[in-house]
Design a protein around this ligand. Structure first.
Ligand code: FE
Ligand code: CA
Length: 552
């Protein structure tokens, strides 16, 4: 079992580089980097923290980026800089098990992506970097259990959508303190939107990002957030993107507004956005972009318990349509043919107990209008209906499929069916669409339920809905996955309490999802007219298994 790391622990461990060096000492570092005469770094380059990701049984990616001046291109000299790294079994680095020197290159933003190999499976490790005399904060990470080997328990979390302007990352403070094997981040890591001077916090720059420099500055601004740094430093992350890492609702080579960006301009923008994304994420070198392409869909295995298929539903998708009829065009694809073959082949062959997808936009049909008239967001799988039906039909042959979804800035626990309009269509899996870290700001809970409760009554595959900010923790053993929706009270203050608001269960061999218990609906509005939280009696209430408040 891992020891939960609180944010406070990381402040103590991390602190400023100088303080860390003073308290930890540096007895285990090799004495000198190559003695080439050159200027030393004149300011702490570790302003963006550290991260790890892509846990495998024997290796994990260690990340940092040298950026003494993070919001203005990084502020590094135009040369390669050696960065030493260490992996230890203890947070004081008395037992260093792997170490080396990476080269931070200016053409990759002085980012560092170390594939630390030769590690033991299912183990906790600590890591840090050193550049010149500067020591990075300390990160904790964890390798995966041996692939295919019998494994009985895994606990992880997923999160998405962290618009910097919509709020502070109060959920990340709590995420940093969870006991997890990994965090899956499902997209909208940054938002490309314009700076809004009246927002809770304001985006850097003067425009949407278009150039590599612009996207680097935007990523760097997000990464300076101490709560986000703590969540990265506490767990390995498995990341994928949605649209806002590039441009709202982009699809393959088509931008949101083709009248305002020529194909050449959008191609250059996509190249810049992809490069900055790779530079800032704990991804392997094999995921480094090549021109306008970045291979992001991939699969990670956690023993014989969980197989995690990470999707990319942006880079290869058909452009959005306007009508339900167009959405049934069988040539339309969310994934592209190659990714569809990879996904379904892997799912069908998988021996894992749980086949989990890290996905961006909702699969479950989500009508936005009460009554017989139907309104859909065709950016979701609702706009790719023929492919969705084809894949969900084949889910019947997949063992325990569970889709984790972002994008919606709300929580939607759903049963999945090949045909959501046909009552006789079988339930073939479950989807949890999970809230947002900050996007949407503090929610208007009353208005949300006024709109969606009546639609939920017409949507029997919806089992639970909620629009508070937070994340979802999943705890899997061989018989069931128990999911907890954790929500904060506010994102417009720098810190917030958090509570478990609902629990869901997926049982081995039983397609679909069950709401186990959920918080009582508040009698009074949770938020006042200024969207400030009003404390009230809204603790958890246990309901009978299978019961949902809208079905009473
Ligand atoms: Fe979003
Ligand atoms: Ca309707």
């Amino acid at each position: 079992m891992t020891r939960p790391m609180t944010r406070r622990t990381f402040i103590v461990l991390g602190g400023s580089a100088a303080a860390t060096a003073a308290t930890l000492g540096t007895p285990t570092w090799a004495t000198a980097a190559p003695t080439v005469a050159r200027a030393r770094l004149s300011a702490d380059p570790f302003t963006l923290g550290v991260a790890s990701g892509e846990p495998m049984p024997d290796s994990v990616v260690l990340w940092t980026r040298l950026a003494p001046d993070p919001l203005d291109g990084g502020g590094m000299p135009d040369r390669r800089v050696p960065v030493r790294w260490q992996v230890a079994t203890d947070d004081r680095f008395r037992h260093v098990v792997r170490s080396g020197t990476a080269s931070a290159a200016p053409e990759w933003g002085h980012s560092v992506h170390v594939d630390a190999r030769g590690l033991r499976s299912d183990r906790e490790y600590y890591y840090r970097f050193r550049a010149d005399d500067y020591l990075s904060p300390v990160g904790r990470t964890r390798t995966a259990p041996e692939a295919g080997r019998r494994h009985s328990h895994l606990r992880w979390a997923f999160a998405s959508c962290q618009n910097f302007q919509d709020g502070f990352y109060t959920p990340h403070d709590h995420l940093a303190g969870e006991d997890l094997a990994f965090v899956a981040f499902l997209g909208d890591y940054i938002y490309e939107s314009l700076p809004n001077p009246t927002a809770v916090r304001t985006h850097e720059g003067t425009d949407e990002p278009y150039s590599l420099l612009n996207y680097r500055n935007r990523h760097a601004q997000y990464r300076t957030d101490p709560s986000l740094q703590a969540a990265h430093a506490a767990h390995p992350w498995v990341v994928t993107w949605d649209d806002h890492e590039v441009d709202n609702n982009w699809a393959d080579d088509i931008p949101q507004d083709p009248d305002q960006q020529t194909p050449e301009e959008f191609r250059a923008r996509r190249i810049a956005a992809f490069q900055a994304y790779w530079e800032h994420m704990p991804l392997r070198r094999r995921n480094q972009p090549v021109g306008p392409d970045l291979q992001l869909y991939r699969r990670l295995e956690f023993g014989d318990l969980v197989s995690l298929s990470v999707l990319d539903t942006r880079q290869y998708r058909s452009d959005q349509v306007e009508t339900e009829q167009e959405a049934w065009d069988p040539s339309r694809s969310m994934t592209g043919d190659a990714q569809e073959r990879w996904l379904m082949g892997g799912l069908r062959r998988s021996d894992a107990r749980w086949n989990v997808l890290a996905n961006q936009v909702m699969w479950a049909q989500n009508d936005r209008k009460v009554g017989p008239e139907r309104v859909f967001d065709f950016d979701n799988w609702d706009g790719y209906r023929a492919q969705r039906k084809r894949l969900l039909t084949r889910f019947a042959d997949v063992r325990n499929p569970l889709i984790m979804t972002g994008d919606r800035h709300a929580t939607w626990a759903c049963d999945l069916k090949p045909d959501f309009d046909d009552e006789a269509s079988p339930v073939v899996g479950a989807e949890i669409t999970g809230s947002s870290i900050s996007s949407g700001g503090n929610p208007n809970v009353e208005a949300f339920h006024e709109t969606y409760d009546p639609i939920m009554a017409e949507s029997p595959h919806w089992k639970f809905i909620d629009n508070q900010r937070g994340y979802v923790v999943l705890d899997a053993d061989r018989d069931r996955i128990e999911a907890e929706l954790k929500v904060v009270e506010t994102v417009i203050e720098p810190t917030s309490p958090m509570k478990t608001y609902a629990r869901f269960v997926v049982e081995d061999g039983v397609p679909g999802i069950t709401v186990v218990d959920e918080a009582a609906r508040p009698a009074a509005p949770l938020y006042d007219a200024d969207r400030r939280f009003i404390p009230g009696p809204n603790g958890p209430v246990r309901l009978d298994r299978g019961q949902s408040y809208l079905r009473d």
